[in-house]
Ligand binder design. Structure first.
Ligand code: ZN
Length: 104
């Protein structure tokens, strides 16, 4: 699955500060809802974004944020896009998803 994760990172590029802040906001929301399962997922997303932001090697990010990395890898394997199916389909309908502009 690491192969699919590497493809996903090429499409996703590096997160911006705003991307990182958005992930932190999602974590805060999960904490305020006391949603334990979601807190775990969102915390992993924050670690994943931060690790990508500071340019840790893909294999290191894969290991320290594996839950999120696997999520992107699974999506790549299923429908060739690292975004959620909902976001991918929404973007496709207006003709510009990140997965269409990046050559694999
Ligand atoms: Zn897409």
């Amino acid at each position: 699955m690491y192969h699919y994760y590497k493809l996903a990172t090429k499409i996703m590029g590096r997160p911006t500060i705003k991307d990182l802040m958005d992930e932190i906001d999602e974590l805060k929301e999960a904490i305020s809802r006391r949603d334990i399962k979601n807190i775990g997922e969102e915390a992993n997303d924050v670690i994943h974004s931060l690790a990508r932001k500071i340019r840790l090697p893909n294999i290191v990010v894969w290991k320290i944020a594996n839950q999120t990395a696997m999520k992107h890898a699974t999506r790549m394997k299923k429908y060739n896009c690292p975004r959620s199916l909902r976001n991918h389909l929404r973007a496709i309908t207006v003709g510009r998803c990140c997965c269409e502009t990046t050559k694999k």
